[in-house]
Each structure stands twice: as C-alpha cells, then as structure tokens.
Design a protein around this ligand. Structure first.
Ligand code: AMP
Ligand code: MG
Length: 488
C-alpha cells in the first residue's frame, strides 16, 4: 500500500496515539476483495495473510500509526462538547489506485481517552449493518465510506443484552468531520489556520487555484454536502443521526447507525427510534444539512479575509445545488428530460406513492414494465403487485397519471429513457428486514446470508438470480416499524 500517514504529523493536541485493544479470538466475518484491490492491500502478502489478526487488533503492521482523533459536535441540535474517536482508531492513511486519499479506520477496538461512558466496543449487529450499508451505497454510486472487512470475536459486549463484539475496518476518503473544526474552535483555536490548510491541501487541492482558497474550500464543502443529501433523497436513504460529528468534510456518507432505506413511501418517516422529535426524518435531511453547515461555517471567521458576508456567499449555493441535483435525478428516475412538465409529473407520482403507501424502490423500478412489459419480467411482477394494492379510486389516479406519463415519454429516445431508468432505479436496496435476517444468522455463526446480501448489493441495478422474493418485499402497509435505535 502507498502509505501517506499525515494526520499523525499534525499538532499532538488533535489526537491520541495508541494501539488497538485486541478482541478475543477474532474470526472472519467478511472481506471485501474489491476494496482490498482499490487500496493496494491485496498486493501485500503479509496484509492478506494476517487481515483477521489486524482487524482483531492482535497484529499491527509496521507502517500503521494508530491514533484516536479528537472532535466535537452538535447532537440533535445541542452543543455536545468534546466527543472524539471513542471506539475507533485511524490506523493508516494511504493513496488508492486512483491516487485518492483513503483512511483505514478500525472501529470497535477498545477504549480511548475519548470513550466517555462507552466501552470502546461495537457489536456484531451494528457492524454488519454498517458493513452492508457502506457497500450498498458505494455500489449504488453514492459517495460513502465503505469497509475492507469485519471480524467477529468471543469478546462479549453488553448492550440491551449481551452480544458478540466485532470490529470493522472502515475505509473513507476522510474521517474529518464538521465536528473537528468545532473542537478546534472550542479547545485549540490557534490551530484553525494550520488545520484548514491541511483540509484544503489533502482533500480540496483544486481550491489552491482560487484567489481565496479558504472560501473556495468552504463553498466546495457546501456543494458536495448538498449533492450527497440529494443522492440520499433520490435513493430513499435516511441517515438517522445527522449530528455535526457524523458529517464528513468531503460530502461522503459516514457513521451509519440507525439508517434505513425507504420502503413504503412516507416523507415523514423516522427510522431512528431514539429520534423522538423526528429531527432526522427523511424529509428533514436537506434542511438539517443546511443547519449543520450554517452552524459550522462561522468558526472560520477567525481566519483572515473571512467575514460574515463572505461566509453567506459560501452557504448560498446550498439550496440551488441541492434542488438542481435532486430534480435532475428525479427526472432521470422517470426517464424524462429535466424540464418543468417532467417535474410536475414526478411530484404527482411521489404524492401517489405516499397516498397509497407504495414501496419507493419497487414502484420506480416497476415503471420500466409500463412501457415494455415483455422486456422486463421482474418489473412486470412488481407492477402487478403494485396495482393489486390499489383501490378503485387509486386505480383511476394511476390510469390518468400513467397515460400522461406515457405520452410524455413517447417522443423520446426509448433507449435513452430505459438506460436512465435502469441506472437510477435500483432493483434492490438494503431493507432493514434483509439486514436483520443476515444478522440473525450471523449471530448463530452462519455468514452465508451476509455473503449473499453482499453479492446481491454489489450490482443493485441488475435483476439477479440470487435474489429471493423477500429481498423486494416491503413490510405490510400499516405494520409496526422494526425498532432501530442508536444502540450499537
Ligand atoms: P455515534 O453515535 O456512533 O456517532 O457516536 C457518538 C460518539 O460516541 C462518538 O464520539 C463515538 O466514538 C462515541 N461512542 C459511541 N459508542 C461508543 C462505545 N461503545 N464506546 C465508546 N465510545 C462510543
Ligand atoms: Mg459518530
């Protein structure tokens, strides 16, 4: 691997150097060969032979320089003060095959000075959820952390019940969160200038071309965050805990806990059972992204040339960037050109899904069969299932909408329309029930279902023979929601 451990050379107040605390008898959970190749991990015999020991904290390769990062954050809208890596360590930084920086961060690996009341561990349940979700989002084409692999162990961890301890080697372009800057502003403000230079040089080097690199950098963070959240909305992803300590400065999805993928369409859907007010409900995500950035940006006023006015200019593109990306994506999901009448059809369609509690993923995918049923047997099945759920009144709305939709599609190149629809409407997402079946089996020591779901989600836009009916089955319309909490 092409090591590039740079964080460890920053001011020592920003982190604590320490090795992992080993897990007891670590065993293979899953290994992502594609990520191993991307990192150059796969080219190193020692790393390949000893990956389980490395993830279990038993063996530390010579080039790793593990450290726990200090950061702070606003949690559920309240200043939470110092947080930091309480159970994960930045193990190494590398340049991947595309010359992009990547962090290797081992999560679940024992106490650090930032553990507060926690035990420094992660349970198998949440490790599998994070592992499959990072993979799912990456393969869907959404900027996200991913993972090299995970191990399970004999270390027992107490949550609501006793569970198996596990560790995940997370791979992300950066582990710097908005909360890093909040920590610096509160606890070491003299470091802000140097740290900002580090963020620009490492993650936004193109901003050096600007006459005002700091403002260019802040604007770029705003735009990347807006695009990431637009991607979430389009795919139906609810992050669950959009605290400032869980948002990366690179606009890449980070820190999955109580996340979920939309099933029966309800914009007010709250996946996180610990989110009593619905602050992080699906439909609030765009506004919360703005709130987070608006809370974050004023810290930079300490820097020369940064004023309240220039910061307002940095934040201003947020809404337009989000809307443009979201609306374009919505049109692509329908195979229509990005224009006003496509958008009105799209919003009517979303209202129809909401009114009839239809499955978000399946309904979009089913539209392929509306035009070419013979070419799309799987989608034909989805369409029949959807129509069988409609009452007479809903059926009339559907007939009317689909006739206007078809009329809008007809003058277009059908090939282009199908390509757009197929490339933007996955056949499979990681439903909570799918993750749960994989977890239940893994807790009994059987990882075949983790393997299968991993394979399935490797190509989420393609209909696959390894799929079962359960992979596309939403819960019953008014079924109680599966409880997904912050406990992890
Ligand atoms: P999260 O909700 O996972 O984003 O975590 C919020 C903060 O709590 C971070 O500083 C984590 O490192 C810390 N944390 C979460 N779980 C644990 C744990 N079991 N032990 C120590 N720290 C933890
Ligand atoms: Mg976190």
């Amino acid at each position: 691997m092409r090591y590039q451990n740079t964080y460890v050379h920053l001011d020592t107040r920003l982190y604590h150097k320490q090795p992992p605390t080993p897990l007891d008898n670590p065993r293979i959970g899953h290994f992502n060969m594609q990520v191993a190749q991307q990192l150059g991990w796969a080219d190193d015999e020692d790393l390949m032979a000893r990956w389980v020991e490395i993830l279990g904290g038993q063996y530390l390769p010579a080039d790793f320089e593990p450290l726990a990062m200090a950061y702070a954050g606003h949690q559920f809208g309240q200043w939470a003060g110092q947080l930091g890596d309480g159970r994960g360590l930045l193990m190494a930084q590398v340049l991947d095959n595309n010359d992009q920086p990547q962090d290797l961060h081992l999560k679940g690996i024992g106490l650090t000075p930032y553990s507060r009341m926690g035990d420094g561990r992660a349970v198998l349940r949440s490790t599998i959820r994070e592992y499959l979700c990072g993979h799912a989002l990456t393969q869907l084409g959404i900027p996200s952390s991913n993972a090299l692999g995970f191990v399970v162990s004999d270390t027992r961890v107490r949550r609501e019940r006793m569970e198996a301890g596990a560790a995940l080697m997370r791979v992300a372009d950066s582990h710097i969160r908005l909360g890093h800057v909040e920590w610096i502003a509160s606890f070491a403000p003299d470091l802000l200038s140097e740290f900002t230079d580090y963020m620009i040089d490492t993650y936004y080097p193109e901003c050096r071309q600007s006459e005002t690199p700091v403002l260019a950098f802040l604007t770029a963070v705003v735009e990347r965050t807006a695009r990431m959240i637009a991607d979430w909305q389009l795919i139906g992803f609810a992050h669950g805990v959009m605290n400032t300590d869980n948002l990366s400065i690179t606009g890449s999805t980070l820190d999955f806990g109580p996340f979920g993928f939309m099933e029966r369409f309800n914009p007010a859907w709250i996946n996180n059972h610990s989110d009593h007010t619905g602050r992080y409900a699906y439909q609030n995500q765009p506004a919360i992204g703005h709130w987070n950035l608006n809370t974050w940006l004023p810290h930079f006023m300490r820097l020369e040339g940064v004023t309240r006015e220039t910061l307002a200019d940095c934040l201003a593109p947020y809404e337009a960037t989000f809307m443009q990306h979201y609306q374009q994506g919505l049109c692509r999901k329908l195979g229509l050109p990005h224009q006003r009448d496509s958008l009105s059809l799209a919003f009517e369609w979303l209202t129809f899904l909401e009114d009839n509690l239809l499955d978000y993923t399946n309904s979009f995918r089913a539209l392929l069969a509306l035009v070419a049923p013979n070419d799309y047997p799987y989608e034909q099945q989805l369409l029949s299932t959807m129509m069988a759920e409609l009452n007479d009144e809903a059926n009339k709305v559907w007939q009317d909408w689909s006739a206007r939709y078809l009329a809008q599609l007809q003058p277009l190149s059908m090939e282009q329309a199908f390509n757009d629809m197929q490339a933007n409407n996955p056949a499979y997402v990681l439903r909570n029930s799918m993750a749960q079946r994989a977890i239940t089996a893994a807790e009994q020591g059987q990882f075949e279902e983790v393997n299968r779901v991993f394979e399935l989600l490797a190509n989420p836009y393609d209909v696959q023979t390894i799929a079962t009916d359960l992979d596309s089955a939403p819960p019953a319309p008014h079924a109680p929601q599966m409880p997904i909490s912050c406990s992890s």
